[in-house]
Design a protein around this ligand. Structure first.
Ligand code: SF4
Ligand code: SF4
Length: 187
């Protein structure tokens, strides 16, 4: 269970609303530290600490440490940990919740390029219902300052028609927009 001292409660309540903490606690309480999640995670080596350790930090209540680490921002949401967990603990969904809280409270480490990538990705999905590569790359380059990275690759994609200039809206785009207003909880 998450730590319960007065001081930790204050820190954690600032970072994560009580309701979400309770839901995460409920979702992870069965974890028995088998590490099957981490052994199947393709980016565990880059995360700083992999999904099994992330669950451990959540169990001891150090949410601020997790949110300020690079761990959640490196996760690629591949779902491997979820499919390998004997208790079906949905770690990618928990990571998404933590990312959203970190974003909305402005407490995410500012130097994380993946945080920016995540923001632009979600903006694209909300706006068009799917990724529009040209605007995605344009915004990414403008905000990250990485103007000259992957230029050759971008040119090749453009020539092959993989970077259409105008976005194509999907049929149920309004429904996708509504999803962004829906409250989520760990499954
Ligand atoms: S969803 Fe994230 S934490 Fe889980 S295995 Fe994939 S990259 Fe690793
Ligand atoms: S696979 Fe599931 S039970 Fe095993 S360490 Fe990961 S979260 Fe815990």
């Amino acid at each position: 269970m998450m730590k319960n001292t007065k001081e930790d409660k204050t820190i954690n309540e600032k970072v994560l609303p009580l309701q979400i903490r309770k839901e995460i606690s409920e979702a992870i309480k069965k974890c028995y530290a088998c590490s099957k999640c981490t052994s199947g995670c393709p980016v565990a080596g880059q995360m700083g600490f992999g999904p099994a350790l992330l669950v451990r930090w959540l169990l001891v209540g150090d949410i601020e440490k997790i949110i300020k680490s690079k761990s959640i921002w490196v996760c690629s949401s591949c779902q491997n940990c979820y499919s390998r967990c004997p208790f079906e603990i949905n770690i990618p969904h928990i990571i998404d919740l933590l990312k959203e809280q970190a974003q909305s409270k402005g407490i995410a480490g500012k130097e994380r390029p993946t945080r920016l990538f995540h923001q632009i990705f979600l903006f694209n999905i909300k706006r068009f219902g799917r990724i529009h590569e040209a605007s995605f790359i344009g915004i990414w380059k403008a905000l990250s300052g990485k103007w000259f990275s992957d230029l050759g690759l971008g040119a090749k994609m453009f020539v092959k028609g993989k970077l259409p200039l105008f976005p194509e809206k999907i049929k149920y785009q309004k429904d996708v927009e509504k999803l962004f207003k829906t409250k989520t909880k760990p499954r």
